[in-house]
Design a protein around this ligand. Structure first.
Ligand SMILES: [Zn+2]
Length: 245
């Protein structure tokens, strides 16, 4: 299992390589490398990103096949299917880091701001469901002075929407809440800059040594429990086969 802080370091380093034009990832797989992937997957982070074609998640973090469990939806919004996907990755693959990745100049955010300023009549119900999820995080901004500066407004709205998504993940699922409280799962909000290529982690990043130590303690405890669980299940298998049933 890759601990949250180590996973975050890998993403930071990968983004640094991407930004400086020193990406290491080779997109071509040899048959033997493809075969290795048949054995299963062990992604080290979940990324909930936007569908925007300019933000290909694996590329901007310089990661390869099997490294990231990626969910992409316009505006990186959180609905039940996104939460379910994250629960799946956290439980099945022991992923301990979840990143919500927004980006500058997000069309979904802009569309929501436009809709709030001037509601359209014929927007599809499905599109409305995305705008409806972004809306609560941005409508308050329209009442402030930021609204006078369109560039600043979108910038703030992108971050506000990421913060709302991370909060929904931290508090919208019993499973994730348990993993956060007891097993060192961390949910971090980030923003990718189309201009610089840099990902800035700005929400929920474990900052100080104490937080790091606490995470490591939770990781170690859950690692110890997992060892116990495995040992116990092996023991009960042995007893069952010994008793022949
Ligand atoms: Zn977007």
């Amino acid at each position: 299992m890759i601990h949250a802080h180590e996973a975050l370091t890998r993403l930071r380093e990968g983004n640094k390589r991407f930004k400086s034009g020193a990406s290491e990832f080779v997109p071509n797989l040899s048959p033997s490398e493809r075969n290795q992937l048949l054995e299963g997957q062990e992604p080290f982070a979940v990324v909930l990103g936007c569908s925007d074609s300019r933000v290909p998640v694996e590329l901007i973090f310089d990661q390869g096949f099997g490294d990231l469990f990626v969910i992409r939806v316009a505006g990186n919004v959180v609905a039940s299917s996104q939460i379910g996907s994250i629960e799946f990755a956290a439980e099945k693959f022991n992923v301990r880091l979840v990143i919500v990745l927004g980006h500058t100049q997000c069309g979904a955010i802009q569309a929501t701001l436009d809709e709030l300023k001037q509601p359209s009549e014929n927007q599809s119900r499905n599109l409305r469901s995305i705008v409806g999820r972004i809306r609560p995080s941005v409508e308050g901004l329209l009442e402030t002075d930021i609204a006078k500066d369109p560039e600043q407004l979108v910038r703030q709205a992108v971050r506000s929407n990421v913060r709302m998504s991370t909060a929904s993940l931290r508090h919208g699922s019993e499973i994730l809440e348990q993993l956060i409280d007891h097993e060192g799962l961390v949910v971090v909000g980030a923003e990718y800059s189309l201009h610089t290529g840099e990902v800035e982690f700005f929400d929920g990043v474990p900052l100080n040594d104490n937080q790091m130590k606490n995470l490591m303690r939770l990781d170690q405890q859950s690692g110890f429990l997992n060892i116990l669980k495995t040992k116990f299940s092996k023991m009960s298998q042995a007893i069952r086969s010994w008793l022949n049933f």
